[in-house]
Design a protein around this ligand. Sequence first.
Ligand code: NAP
Length: 314
Amino acid sequence: MTRTIQLAMEPEDTPAWRAVLEKLVPTSGLDLELLPDDPDPGSVDYLVYNIDSGITDFTPYTKLRAILNTWAGVEAVLKTIDWPAHVPFTRMVEPGMTQGMAEYFTGHAMRYHLDIDRFVTDSVEGRWQKWSPPLTSMRTVGILGLGELGIATAGLLRGLGFKLIGWSRSPKDLDGVACHHGADGLRRVLEDAEILVVILPLTPETENVLNAETLAWMPRGACIVNAGRGPLIDDDALLAALASGQIRHATLDVFREEPLPQGHGYWQNPGVTVTPHIASVTRPETACAAILEQIARDLDGKPLLHVVDRNRGY
Ligand code: NAP
């Protein structure tokens, strides 16, 4: 029996996804048909989806077997849409996005570790000033969020020799990472983190996880890289911590409001590097293979991977 796929995403992105799937489906060994744009919803088995498609009502999708989200973060979906309880809704995990995120964090961690900005400033100001950074084995990087992206980041950082300490909701045992969880675990991680990587999902439990109290637990002069979600950080508390020198610098990829509004205290702030939500992106070239793997699992009667848990919020 032929199963069908609909692409439901930003219209400008559809051609790239369609082109890759048109190449992969015929050699996948799966009996699949890629439907044209705007098909009869009642004919769709698999919806490759994000909320920028504008679809919020799944009632017409009477034979849907799965909704395969093209994004990793699902907090907006959980606030906006309600999908049928029997239909699994998965978040995107794909090697291109995972590698891109690990590279983003590693690049910014190395910038802080080597204090590259100091040499940029000295060059511009014509100053010959010797300074040697410690070795990575003398530097502790904290990672908030030990999921797909946090673990991949830990892998790259571990390869460079950093001491790693990490935090998750449930207990973890990871090679080369001192793992902590729960409220006490957060304090333990922040107290040691000279550089902090933040890659948590946004949930009611993680909102404002970095606030005046928790930022004060960090070593004075620590640096932060946040690519999780903007509301993980209390912005006023971070601006105050930057002004006081408690936090030396922050690289922020995600914000409560995006694009970050002009006039926000993060713009033109020498203590902040703003990146415009580009830490990592879903890449159709690698993501389409991940989508077909999920469909193959479903057709084999296996449970889908990375299914969103509405109660957990991620
Ligand atoms: P994931 O695999 O679901 O991992 C999430 C991690 O956060 C898990 O380790 C989880 O703990 C931990 N966590 C969740 N709630 C927690 C809590 N209350 N206390 C402590 N730890 C908690 O997610 P992922 O694929 O790594 O993605 C993480 C987030 O990255 C996404 O939700 C999205 O917001 C963001 N993202 C951003 C970009 C960008 O370009 N800026 C791109 C992709 C993703 P457990 O292991 O115990 O479950």
